[in-house]
Design a protein around this ligand. Structure first.
Ligand code: FAD
Length: 399
């Protein structure tokens, strides 16, 4: 049964040779230069600038961006592999990659040629960073509930906005910002939201407090406040009043990246647990030979590979331009993030007391994994999307 897909062939995952070559080169960089710095990043809550510089020079911020905008090309699959490999070492570095895409995807999919030419190349070259400012104190899951305002005045807009939990805002040069240009219509709550590109150094743009969230140290989110910020009309992304579609379509793509972050976290937790289980002895034998530990390791591995397959599958469907990628992306995001949380928890248990020692670097994966179940659409919202998409694709019904 392939419902709601067309044929069993829809389950093919196509991974070209160059993706594997790319994966190996990313892993080499990660293991040599990034992984050894995890303790420093946990302690300082900052990713060293040299890491970004080196990634930029290697073109890694251009992965998933067309060559005509100075990117490296490659699609969702390539981006997912990059994210997974990086997150296996430092999950918050996966966030830094994801945040650039949260900025770039709405412009690449909906923006004018001028916006693409102006804002995408510096991001692709690693010379600038973007961020995505949608969530507000009163509205996260409910994107249509945002209250920030943008008023048209002659040839520009004046934006007043308060945004919360904005990842990457500290180092971002540019933001995409959503704001209401008109009130919602009675039968269309989503109507009236517009998306803008705003530069950080424009008067009235302020990065506020940093949120002290439990994980993803190195890339924790900020409050962003816009007070009477004058934005030229040409910085509107897509159509005025139709920004809701832009925001939610962006998340359809970027949540594949969250699934990939989760696969990286799950992979790292699994590797650590297996290595430890082979080395640690109790009752005169390695704990990997105790039945209950065998059961844990086997179940961790089963779920890890299932999460990876769902993620690569969603990315493959997106790269093929298949609209069913939306449901696959939600399946992957929900499953991979819950898998990462579960595997990270099991990894702590396998390590016994050392598992909860912060110097071991195991418990951090659980703190990071929990965050992946929340952003870019909580897993409750993923389940809502899954059932809505399923019913729409299978029966043509909107619920
Ligand atoms: C570390 C971190 C980084 C983030 N980075 C960004 C960023 O860069 N840019 C940005 O714009 N936002 C960002 N966010 C915000 C994030 O996307 C929101 O927190 C998330 O979408 C949930 O919104 P909320 O916090 O307002 O929760 P709410 O929407 O208030 O939800 C509260 C609870 O109710 C549930 N719920 C809500 N509606 C429904 C429903 N219809 N059915 C069932 N359950 C429902 C939710 O699943 C959740 O469990 C970030 C958040 C975190 C924690």
């Amino acid at each position: 049964m392939v419902f709601p897909f067309r044929s069993v062939q829809d389950f093919q995952i196509e991974i070209p040779d160059e993706v594997e070559i790319f994966r190996k080169s990313v892993r080499e960089l990660v293991e040599q230069k990034i992984m050894p710095r995890w303790q420093e990043i946990e302690k300082t809550n900052e990713i060293p600038k040299e890491i970004f510089k080196e990634m930029g020079e290697l073109g890694l911020f251009g992965v998933g961006i067309p060559e005509e905008y100075d990117g490296q090309g490659g699609g969702q699959l390539m981006t997912a592999i990059l994210t997974e490999e990086v997150a296996r070492a430092i999950p918050s570095l996966g966030v830094a990659i994801g945040v650039n895409h949260l900025f770039g995807i709405p412009i690449l999919l909906f923006g004018s040629e001028e916006l693409k030419k102006k804002y995408i190349p510096p991001i692709a070259r690693g010379e600038a960073f973007g961020a995505h400012a949608n969530t507000e104190p009163v509205a996260g899951s409910d994107v249509a509930g945002i209250q920030s305002k943008a008023k048209k005045v002659n040839d520009h807009y004046v934006i007043n906005a308060r945004k919360v939990f904005i990842s990457g805002a500290g180092k971002a040069n540019y933001f995409v910002v959503s704001a209401r240009t008109e009130p919602p219509k009675a039968d269309k709550r989503w109507w009236g939201i517009t998306v803008f590109v705003v530069e950080k150094d424009w008067p009235g743009v302020n990065v506020g407090q940093q949120f002290k969230v439990i994980g993803m140290r190195g890339e924790q989110p900020y409050e962003v406040i816009l007070e009477d910020v004058k934005v030229p009309a040409e910085n509107v992304v897509g159509k005025v009043n139709e920004g809701f579609k832009i925001v939610v379509t962006t998340y359809d793509y970027t949540r594949i990246g969250i699934a990939a972050q989760a696969v990286g976290i799950a992979q790292a937790s699994f590797e650590k647990a297996l290595n430890y289980a082979l080395q640690r002895e109790t009752f005169n034998k390695p704990i990997v030979t105790h039945e209950m530990i065998i059961d844990k390791i086997a179940n961790m591995y089963i779920r890890l590979e299932a999460a990876r397959l769902l993620t690569y599958w969603a990315a493959t469907l997106a790269d093929k331009g298949r609209k069913e990628f939306v449901i696959a992306a939600s399946l992957a995001k929900a499953f991979a993030t819950e898998t990462a949380e579960w595997i990270a928890r099991q990894a702590i248990q396998v390590h016994g007391g050392y598992g909860v020692d912060t110097e071991m670097g195991v418990e951090r994966y659980l703190r990071d994994a929990i965050i992946t179940t929340i952003y870019e659409g909580t897993n409750e919202i993923q389940r809502l999307t899954i059932v809505r998409q399923l019913v729409r694709q299978a029966f043509g019904l909107r619920i």
